[in-house]
Design a protein around this ligand. Structure first.
Ligand SMILES: Nc1ncnc2c1ncn2[C@@H]1O[C@H](COP(=O)(O)OP(=O)(O)OP(=O)(O)O)[C@@H](O)[C@H]1O
Length: 960
C-alpha cells in the first residue's frame, strides 16, 4: 500500500462562487449577520454577546472563492506523507476521519467508531455520526449562530507584527497583565472575588437550563440525561464511546499584517469548521471546530471545553490541551485576559456552577500545577515564586510513576484543596507566575515549558438527609456513600519553534521540539497500534517514555480520558518570504497534527465508578472519603479522650473526696484522742483527788479512832479552836494541792496529807495554836480549810471539764451528723457516743463525789462543832484568848462563809459540851469516819470500775 493516501473528498456545500471582487482589506471587522430570523430561532443559540453580534460580517461583503471541496478533484486534498508528519506518515490505507460532532462528545457516537463502512475523514462530510452530510450539518446546526452564516471568507491580509497585543497576558510578576494576576486594565484576582470578575460576553452559566448555553450543549445534555435516565445505554459498550476526541483549530488574528498574498492562500470557515490552503501542499482541513480571528475565548471554551468540563464533573477524566507553534495564542486561549478569560478560568467558573446546581452530591476539589521544563518536572505550587531578582529555591525532583489505579502521575506533587473559584484562581495564578517564560524571536513572552493544571474532582451522593436525587441514583445505580474521582487536565503546551540564537533558548527549544515530536509520533502510531491489535498483533511500540510530556499524557492519549485538543495557528508570517514560508510550513504541520489527532486518538473514557468507602478501588485516592473517615476517627478519638478526661476527673474528684474524708476522720480522731487524753488526765486527777480525800479521811479516822492521845490533843486543839468562839477561818485560802492535782497529778498528795498541812498556815501562830493546844483542833480546821479549798478547786475543775465536754459533744455531734449521712452506725460513731456516755457518767460521778465531799465537809464541820462544844464544856480557860484578834475576825468571817456549820445553837460552853459529850463525840466521830469511808468506797466503786476499785479497795479496807 502506498504511503501516500489520497483522502476522499466529500461534496462541498453548495456555496456560490464569489461574484464580487476581493476587498482590499476588511478593515471593519464588524460583520452584519445575514442569518434569517427564522434560522436564529431554530438554532436557539444566538449569542447575546454584543461582541459576537458586532463582529458579524455580511457575507455579501466578503469575497467568497470557490471552495476546493466543491470540485470533485482530489488534487487539492491534503495528503499525509512521511515528510508531512513529524511522526511519519499516516498508516497505510488510513484516511483521515471526519470530525466527530461535538454532539457526540462525550455522548457515545451512534455509529461504531471508525466503521469501515463509514471511513472517517476530516475531509469527508458524509461520515458524521448521524450519517448527515457536512452540508446538512452546517445548515442544520449553525455553530456560531447567525454570525456564522456565510462566514467562509478570506483571511485578512496579515501583517508582520507577531506578538502584537501580547501585553495582555501575564506571565511574570513584573508585567502582570494576566487575568489571574491583574493588570492595568484588568481586575486583580487576588483582590477580587472571581465571581465578580468581568464576565465573558456570554453568560457563563453552565446550567442546561441557564439563560445561555450553546445550542449543542443544551440539547445534548438533555439528550444524555434522557438516554441515561431511560437506561438505554446501560449495557451499551459504547456508553462512554469511542472517538470522543474533539479537535478544534483557532486562527490567531494577525495585527497589522502586510503580506496579503499569504492571506489570499488561506480560507477559514468557522461555520463549516474548515481551513483550506490553496498553496503548495494545500488542501482542506475540517475539524470539529474552527475558530476564526474574530472568535473570542468564551466561544472557544463553549465549543471546545465546556461539555468536557461538565463530563468531568459527572465522573469522566478529561484533558484539554493547546498545541501550536510559538506565539499563535495557546496561552491566550488557555488563560485569557481579564476581559477575555480563557479556558482555565471559564472551566473553573463552570465547575463551581455545576457544584451549585448539584445539591444532591458533595464535592471536594484539589488542584496541582506542574510544568515540564527541559525535561524536568517542576511543581509550580510548591516553591517560592521565581522572579527576576533570583532563581526559585531548588525543588525536590518530581518523578512520574504509574500504577493500575491512578495511571501515570507525578510525585511528590503538592495538591491544594480549594473551596471557591477565587481560591482556585489564586492557586493557578500563583503557578502561572512561577512558570518559565522568556522572550523569543516570535513571542516576547513565550512559555518555555509545558504547563499542566490538574483539578481532581471527588464527589459523592449526599446521605439520605441530603437532597435526594432519585433519578440520578437510579441512573448510576450507586449506593450513597461511594466516592467518584475524576480529573480535569488543562494543558498549555510550549510552542514548537525554530532554533534560536540564544543558547538557553536553543536548549529549551530543543527540549520543547523533541517532546512535541514525540507527541506527534505517539499520536501518529496510535492508529497503527489499533490496526495491529485488530489483526491480533502486539501493536507498534508507542514511545510514551521518550518524553515526560507523552508519559504524562499517556492515559489521555491511550483513551482513558475525554480529550479536547485546541490547535492554534497563525496564517502568514512577518519578515522575509523565507520566514513566511517556514511559518506556513509550521501552520500546515499543526493542521496535520490536528487531523492526525482527530483520526487516531480514540477515547474509551468511562465514567468513574464510585468507590465504596476506603476499601473500594479508588478508595486510596478518594480524599473525600479519607477525610470523612479521618473526621470520624478524630471524632471517635475526641470522644474517647473526653470520656477518659471525665473518668480522670471523676477519679480525681473521688480521690479528693476520699482525702478530705480521711483528713476529716484524722482530725476527728485527733480531737477524739485529745479529748480522751484530757478525760484521762481528768480521770487521773480525780482519782488522785479521791485518793487524797481517802487519805484525809483515813487520817481523820486515825485521829479519832486509833489514837487516844491524838484525839485528846486534837480535842485540845479543837478546844483551842472552838474557844475562839467559833472563829474559824480557812487556814489556807488556797489549796496548792488542788492546783497540783490539776497540773501535776500525783505530786500533791504529800503536801496536803494531814497533819502535815503547814501550807498557807501563817507561820508561828499556826504552830503555836497546834503546839499549845495539842488537841488537834488546828489540824482539823486546816483539814476543813483544805477540803474547802479543794472543793473550790474541784468545782472550778468540774466546770472546766463540763465546758470541754460540752465542746467535745458539740463537735462530736456535728461530726456524727455529718458522717451519719454516709455511714450509718459506724464503729467510729459508736465509739464517740460511748465516749460521750462515759464522759456523762464521769460528770455524774464527779458530781456525786462533790456531793459526798460536801457531805463529808458538813460531817466534819458538825464533828468539829461537837468537838468544840466538848472543849468548851471541858475547860474553863478559853484557849481562844490566846488567839490574835485577826484570827478571830477571820474565824468569824469563816463562820459567815458559804460553808455553813450546821448544828444547833450553842447554849453551853464548849468545855461543858466536851465534858458532857466526850464519849458521845468520840462515838460520833467514829460514826462519821465510818460513814465517810463507806461513802467514798461506794463512790469509788461506782465511778472507778473494777480496775480502780481494786486499786482503792485495799486502802479503804485496810483502814477499816
Ligand atoms: N486570538 C487572539 N486574539 C488576540 N490576541 C491574541 C490571540 N492569540 C494570541 N494573541 C496574542 O498573541 C501573543 C502570543 O500569544 P500567546 O503567548 O498566547 O502564544 P503562545 O502560543 O502561548 O506562545 P508560546 O508558545 O511562545 O508561549 C500574545 O500577545 C497574545 O495576546
Amino acid at each position: 500500500m502506498s504511503t501516500t493516501t489520497t483522502l476522499p473528498r466529500p461534496p462541498r456545500p453548495s456555496l456560490a462562487p464569489p461574484t464580487s471582487p476581493l476587498p482590499s482589506l476588511p478593515v471593519a471587522k464588524s460583520r452584519v449577520s445575514s442569518v434569517s430570523p427564522s434560522l436564529r430561532t431554530s438554532s436557539g443559540s444566538l449569542l447575546p454577546s454584543p461582541t459576537v453580534a458586532s463582529r458579524a460580517v455580511s457575507s455579501s461583503g466578503l469575497p467568497q472563492r470557490p471552495v476546493k471541496g466543491h470540485t470533485n478533484s482530489t488534487s487539492n486534498v491534503p495528503t499525509l506523507t512521511a515528510s508531512d508528519s513529524p511522526a511519519g506518515p499516516l498508516p497505510p490505507g488510513k484516511s483521515l476521519r471526519k470530525a466527530v460532532s461535538i454532539g457526540a462528545f462525550p455522548q457515545p457516537p451512534k455509529y461504531g467508531g471508525r466503521s469501515p463502512s463509514h471511513p472517517p475523514s476530516p475531509l469527508s462530510a458524509s461520515s458524521t455520526p448521524n450519517g448527515e452530510t457536512l452540508d446538512q450539518r452546517l445548515s442544520a446546526t449553525p455553530k456560531a449562530g447567525p454570525s456564522r452564516q456565510g462566514s467562509v471568507k478570506r483571511i485578512a491580509p496579515r501583517v508582520s507584527n507577531i506578538g502584537g497585543g501580547r501585553g495582555l497576558l501575564a506571565k511574570s510578576p513584573l508585567t502582570p497583565p494576566s487575568l489571574l494576576n491583574g493588570s492595568g486594565e484588568s481586575v486583580s484576582v487576588v483582590n477580587t472575588n472571581h465571581l465578580s470578575l468581568p464576565s465573558p460576553p456570554q453568560s457563563r452559566n453552565s446550567s442546561a437550563q441557564g439563560s445561555y448555553a450553546t445550542s449543542a450543549t443544551t440539547f445534548e445534555d438533555i439528550g444524555d440525561e434522557r438516554a441515561e435516565a431511560s437506561g438505554a445505554d446501560k449495557n451499551n459498550p459504547q456508553k462512554d464511546g469511542k472517538g470522543n476526541v474533539l479537535v478544534s483549530v483557532r486562527v490567531r488574528p494577525d495585527f497589522g499584517a502586510k503580506d496579503r498574498q499569504q492571506e489570499l492562500e488561506w480560507e477559514v470557515s468557522g461555520k463549516r469548521s474548515l481551513i483550506a490552503y490553496k498553496g503548495k501542499e494545500g488542501g482542506d482541513y475540517i475539524y470539529d471546530n474552527v475558530f476564526d480571528t474574530q472568535d473570542n475565548n468564551a466561544r472557544v471554551y463553549d465549543a471546545a471545553a465546556k461539555r468536557l468540563v461538565r463530563r468531568v464533573m459527572e465522573g469522566y477524566h478529561g484533558t484539554v490541551f493547546a498545541y501550536g507553534m510559538t506565539g499563535t495564542g495557546k496561552t491566550f486561549s488557555m488563560q485569557g485576559t481579564a476581559t477575555n478569560p480563557g479556558v482555565i478560568p471559564l472551566a473553573i467558573t463552570d465547575i463551581f456552577s455545576y457544584i451549585r446546581e448539584t445539591p444532591h452530591r458533595e464535592f471536594l476539589l484539589r488542584v496541582s500545577y506542574l510544568e515540564i521544563y527541559n525535561e524536568r518536572i517542576h511543581d509550580l505550587l510548591a516553591g517560592p515564586i521565581a522572579n527576576a531578582t533570583g532563581p526559585a529555591a531548588p525543588q525536590e525532583e518530581i518523578k512520574l510513576r504509574e500504577d493500575s489505579k491512578r495511571g501515570v502521575y507525578a510525585t511528590p506533587l503538592k495538591e491544594e484543596i480549594v473551596q471557591s473559584p477565587t481560591q482556585l484562581l489564586r492557586v493557578i495564578a500563583r503557578g502561572d507566575n512561577a512558570r518559565k517564560v522568556a522572550g523569543t524571536q516570535f513571542n516576547a513572552r513565550s512559555s518555555r515549558s509545558h504547563a499542566v493544571v490538574q483539578i481532581v474532582v471527588e464527589s459523592r451522593e449526599r446521605g439520605a438527609s441530603g437532597v435526594a436525587n432519585l433519578k440520578d441514583s437510579k441512573r448510576s445505580a450507586i449506593s450513597p456513600g461511594g466516592v467518584r474521582v475524576s480529573t480535569l487536565s488543562l494543558i498549555d503546551l510550549a510552542g514548537s519553534e525554530k532554533a534560536a540564537d540564544n543558547a538557553e533558548r536553543r536548549t529549551e527549544g530543543s527540549h520543547i521540539n523533541k517532546s512535541l515530536l514525540t507527541l506527534g509520533t505517539v499520536i501518529a502510531r496510535l492508529s497503527s497500534e489499533d490496526k495491529e491489535k485488530d489483526k491480533g498483533g502486539k501493536g507498534k511500540h508507542l514511545p510514551y517514555r521518550d518524553s515526560k510530556l507523552t508519559r504524562l499524557l499517556q492515559p489521555a492519549l491511550s483513551g482513558n480520558s475525554l480529550v479536547s485538543i485546541l490547535c492554534t495557528i497563525q496564517i502568514g508570517a512577518s519578515g522575509s518570504s523565507a520566514a513566511s514560508n517556514s511559518h506556513t510550513g509550521e501552520t500546515i504541520n499543526t493542521l496535520k497534527f490536528a487531523s492526525r489527532a482527530k483520526n487516531n486518538i480514540v477515547s474509551h473514557a468511562k465514567k468513574a465508578d464510585d468507590s465504596i468507602g476506603a476499601g473500594g478501588d479508588a478508595g486510596s485516592r478518594a480524599l473525600l472519603d479519607r477525610y470523612r473517615i479521618e473526621i470520624q476517627e478524630l471524632r471517635k478519638q475526641l470522644e474517647e479522650q473526653n470520656k477518659a478526661k471525665e473518668t480522670r476527673e471523676e477519679e480525681k474528684e473521688k480521690e479528693k473526696d476520699e482525702e478530705e474524708e480521711r483528713a476529716r476522720e484524722l482530725e476527728g480522731k485527733h480531737r477524739h484522742e485529745e479529748q480522751m487524753l484530757e478525760m484521762q488526765l481528768a480521770r487521773t486527777a480525780l482519782k488522785e483527788r479521791i485518793e487524797h480525800l481517802n487519805r484525809l479521811i483515813l487520817s481523820s479516822k486515825s485521829l479519832g479512832v486509833n489514837n487516844g492521845r491524838s484525839f485528846s490533843s486534837m480535842s485540845l486543839q479543837r478546844g483551842s479552836v472552838m474557844s475562839n468562839g467559833g472563829d474559824f477561818r480557812p487556814l489556807s485560802a488556797r489549796s496548792s494541792a488542788s492546783h497540783h492535782t490539776l497540773e501535776v497529778p500525783g505530786h500533791h498528795g504529800s503536801q496536803v496529807i494531814f497533819p502535815s498541812v503547814p501550807l498557807g498556815i501563817e507561820g508561828s501562830e499556826e504552830d503555836d495554836s497546834v503546839g499549845e493546844n495539842g488537841d488537834g483542833m488546828a489540824s482539823q480546821a486546816a483539814q476543813i480549810q483544805s477540803l474547802q479549798s479543794d472543793l473550790a478547786d474541784k468545782n472550778r475543775y468540774i466546770s472546766t471539764l463540763e465546758k470541754r465536754l460540752l465542746q467535745a459533744r458539740r463537735s462530736s455531734h456535728s461530726r456524727v451528723s455529718m458522717s451519719l449521712h454516709k455511714m450509718t452506725g459506724s464503729s467510729e460513731d459508736g465509739g464517740a457516743v460511748a465516749a460521750l456516755a462515759e464522759k456523762d457518767a464521769e460528770i455524774l460521778s464527779l458530781r456525786a463525789q462533790l456531793e459526798d465531799k460536801e457531805k463529808m465537809i458538813s460531817a466534819l464541820t458538825s464533828s468539829k462543832k461537837k468537838n468544840e462544844n466538848a472543849h468548851e464544856v471541858g475547860s474553863d480557860g478559853s484557849p481562844n484568848s490566846r488567839r490574835t484578834s485577826r484570827q478571830r475576825s477571820e474565824a468569824g468571817s469563816v463562820a459567815g462563809s458559804s460553808v455553813k456549820l450546821k448544828g444547833s445553837p450553842v447554849t453551853t460552853t464548849p468545855r461543858e459540851r466536851i465534858g458532857h459529850h466526850s464519849v458521845k463525840s468520840d462515838r460520833e466521830m467514829t460514826d462519821v469516819t465510818r460513814m465517810l469511808d463507806e461513802m467514798i468506797s461506794e463512790r469509788v466503786d461506782a465511778t472507778g470500775g473494777g480496775r480502780r476499785r481494786s486499786s482503792l479497795r485495799p486502802v479503804t479496807e485496810g483502814q477499816r
